[in-house]
Design a protein around this ligand. Structure first.
Ligand SMILES: Cc1ncc(COP(=O)(O)O)c(C=O)c1O
Length: 377
């Protein structure tokens, strides 16, 4: 008799949808009945609710996290010849957005334990051309912004948070991600802790003038309809996505709390193995968009294959650091330039993580990892 074991995907969007299906379908129906499809009541309400949730005076809903970064960089006046410091251990869009502005991305290494921006490396790369620093709260863990503020103070350098993976995570000052920079960027890509059912993003800020500029920039630079003081973009958030995000936002804290519980259970079960489990910083600093372990000794890919054979989905976030990407060759980096980044790229492995993951599933994943790691290398 064949035993059919249910697959455990990396992320199970269907499981979440099952919990909100009726509400979502009703909200979509209401938008379609109104036929108000672009910026309308839901976008305006979501902008207000997201700003309130994050603790800023403004949020500007846009078409994606990439739009958020692109518009934020542009609104801060960053352009040709300017340098923007960020990490190489991130999703490609962080750096893409800098390139869109014709600015130069300066890529720095990460701290090995947190896998986040290494502040000493940032300090060593600041020049008179540095206009902004983009800390990336990778995997849902927030970068310490206090030392970054000390570095940027009185130097006219803007901090722009890439909080695409950190909805609801707390910063070192106890406030939410999205309040730490002059402008801050979120993605609501479908798999995110707060994910749309299509593309969406947002920019948060307390700067009224920037907020007005960003609202114009998301709609072709128009101030009032068909009057365009500046050249902007088509970067609107649509009504259906905003309506869905409003429903999901009401559950975000509960979902994040479950993610933290799952991470703690994984950490307990994987303790003592030859894998490096993620730290769980106190004070809500990590909301576990990804639960990324590190597998030293060149065994990561074999573990991944072993888990795949057992129906367990995993992912590598990210296999090729940005400075080693083909598209980034023009930046002139070479292998060995960012040793910690290169090392962790060869070791990281994200295990299944979503709020609906049950204890039996977590235990099955952990048991499979244990079985593999206890086998002779
Ligand atoms: C760190 C980071 N920055 C930027 C983005 C870009 O967001 P989007 O895919 O919504 O354009 C993402 C999305 O995955 C991300 O993870």
């Amino acid at each position: 008799m064949t035993v059919v074991t249910q697959e455990i995907p990396l992320v199970d969007l269907k499981a979440q949808y099952a919990t909100i299906r009726d509400e979502v379908r009703q909200a979509i129906d209401e938008v379609l009945d109104s036929m108000q499809l672009t910026i309308g009541p839901n976008v305006r309400a979501f902008d207000k609710e997201w700003a309130e949730y994050c603790g800023t005076t403004h949020a500007i809903g846009v078409g994606s996290g990439t739009d958020a970064l692109q518009l934020a960089i542009r609104a801060c006046g960053i352009s040709s010849g300017d340098e923007v410091i960020t990490v190489s251990h991130t999703f490609f869009a962080t750096v893409e957005a800098i390139v869109y502005a014709n600015a130069r991305p300066i890529l720095v290494d990460v701290d090995e334990r947190s896998m986040l921006m290494d502040i000493a490396s940032v300090a060593s790369r600041i020049t008179p051309r540095t206009k902004a620093i983009i800390p990336v709260h990778l995997y849902g863990r927030t970068v310490d912004l206090k030392p970054l503020r000390q570095l940027t103070q009185d130097r006219g350098i803007t901090i722009i948070e890439d909080a695409a993976q950190a909805h609801g995570a707390l910063l070192d000052d106890g406030k939410k991600a999205g309040t730490g920079g002059r402008v801050n960027c979120f993605s609501f890509y479908c798999s995110k802790n707060l994910g749309a059912y299509g593309e969406a993003g947002s920019i948060t800020t307390n700067d009224e003038r920037l907020a007005d500029d960003l609202r114009a920039l998301r709609e072709h630079g128009q101030s009032t309809r068909y009057y365009h003081p500046i050249v902007g973009y088509n970067a609107r958030l649509d009504e259906i996505q905003a309506a869905i995000l409003r429903i999901k936002l009401r559950r975000l804290d509960e979902w994040n709390a479950r993610r933290q519980t799952i991470a703690a259970r994984y950490n307990r079960q994987l303790a003592g193995l030859d894998v490096i489990t993620p730290e769980i910083p106190s004070g809500g600093r990590h909301v576990f968009y990804c639960y990324a372990i590190r597998v030293p000794g060149g065994r990561r890919d074999a573990l991944r294959a072993y888990l795949a054979e057992r129906g367990i989905g995993t992912q590598i976030h990210y296999p090729v650091p940005i400075h080693m990407q083909e598209a980034a060759q023009f930046l002139g980096y070479r292998k060995g330039d960012l040793p910690v980044t290169e090392k962790v790229a060869g070791e990281v492995l994200s295990l299944p993580m979503f709020a609906e993951l049950n204890d039996a599933q977590i235990d099955r994943v952990a048991t499979s990892v244990t079985e593999f790691m206890r086998k002779k290398a």
